[in-house]
Design a protein around this ligand. Structure first.
Ligand SMILES: [Zn+2]
Ligand SMILES: [Zn+2]
Length: 373
């Protein structure tokens, strides 16, 4: 959807001051207010005007808009989900119309309303995140009344079309305002805009059509979900109003870190301690992976921090379905409490290394250069 330029919408120049913007807004808002206007696209135009004013009347938002256009104010101007469908969202706008209509409440659209979304956080173990799992949770939410199926009536025969509005949910009336006589449309007071009248209310929900209750919900956690990610369960939120759809349930995951495995996306890292002899002579070792044990051959002369890759031993990528890898990082451990025999062997080794090993030639060279300083 391409959006119109906010300055154009209000018919003001880019250099207009706050007063000029406010004046233009008031004029257009009066012209297009859906309760007053007879123009065809009044409601749409009114929303445009509102949106433009919302941005241009706020110094920060206006500056962002001047610099980045609509992209700079997206989200802030929309007021979140639902955007501008709800006139009640703008304090100063309703204030102005309260002056016109003597405080007459401009009610929300009486049509079907989507139920509110629910957000919750769930903590799961590292292995549960790796392979997915099923969890049961108790959730308290508005659920459609099972007795009346959301209609709010005791029985079907208790529902009839509202005679005052003929089922339209809206009534016309002429009001005397500071603008003169205006024909206004407002929500039908007999049926509260639903277009229906209920003779006998449902005894279970008292006519609301929904009930607050706690129920158990099974949640399938997908394989490979990561800390901070979320899933959406469509239609598992709060029941809607006037036959509107049920909201959604969002579950945010917190994954408990593992002692041994460290996750990075689909890859797993682990540190593998080996001793001097294994590092020097090489070894064949069993490495734990989330998919079970794997043999890893450490070649002779392996240094600390050497990284080995175990292909496809990582976690499944949620989007691509491919497996990550596991990386094993070697940590050579110096022995701390030597037995007499070990000590003797190391001492013997040391004498040999002194004579034959030239790994430390470079260091010796440094010693020589700085001998007398
Ligand atoms: Zn009911
Ligand atoms: Zn009515």
């Amino acid at each position: 959807m391409s959006q119109k330029d906010f300055y154009e919408v209000l018919g003001v120049s880019k250099t207009s001051n706050d007063d000029e913007i406010k004046k233009a807004y008031r004029k257009l808002a009066k012209q297009y207010h859906p309760d007053v206007s007879t123009e065809k696209n009044a409601e749409e135009k009114f929303k445009e005007v509102q949106q433009a004013y919302e941005v241009l009347s706020d110094a920060d938002k206006r500056a962002a808009y001047d610099r980045f256009g609509h992209a700079g104010v997206d989200g802030s101007a929309g007021g979140g989900p639902g955007g501008f469908s709800d006139f009640g969202g703008f304090g100063d706008v309703s204030d102005i119309f309260e002056q016109f209509f003597g405080g007459g409440n401009r009610t929300k659209s009486s049509g079907p309303r989507k139920g509110e979304d629910i957000r919750l956080q769930m903590t799961i173990l590292f292995e549960e995140a790796c392979f997915g799992t099923t969890k049961e949770i108790n959730i308290t939410r508005d659920e459609e009344c099972t007795r009346c199926g959301g209609s709010g009536a005791k029985s079907k025969s208790d529902i009839s079309t509202c005679s005052r509005c003929n089922g339209r949910g809206i009534v016309n009336s002429v009001q005397q305002t500071i603008l003169g006589k205006v024909q206004t449309q407002r929500e039908c007071p007999d049926c509260n805009g639903t277009g229906k009248v209920i003779k006998q209310k449902c005894t279970e929900c008292g006519g609301i059509g929904k009930k607050r209750q706690t129920s158990t919900l099974k949640i399938n956690i997908p394989e490979g979900i990561d800390d901070g990610q979320q899933i959406r369960l469509s239609g598992k939120g709060n029941a809607g109003g006037n036959g509107g759809p049920t909201g959604d349930l969002y579950v945010f995951f917190k994954v408990t870190p593992d002692d041994f495995f460290v996750r990075d996306g689909s890859d797993i890292y682990c540190e593998l301690p080996i001793n001097f002899s294994q590092a020097a002579l090489g070894a064949e070792l069993e490495i734990p992976t989330i998919h079970g044990k794997v043999k890893l051959t450490i070649p002779t002369g392996t240094q600390s921090q050497t990284k080995f890759k175990l292909k496809n031993k990582g976690i499944k990528n949620l989007r691509t379905g491919s497996l990550g890898d596991q990386f094993v990082i070697i940590k050579v451990i110096s022995p701390k409490n030597l037995s007499a025999k070990q000590k003797a062997l190391f001492e013997e080794l040391a004498t040999i290394e002194d004579n034959s090993d030239n790994i430390f030639e470079k260091i010796k060279g440094v010693f020589k250069r700085f001998k007398d300083k």
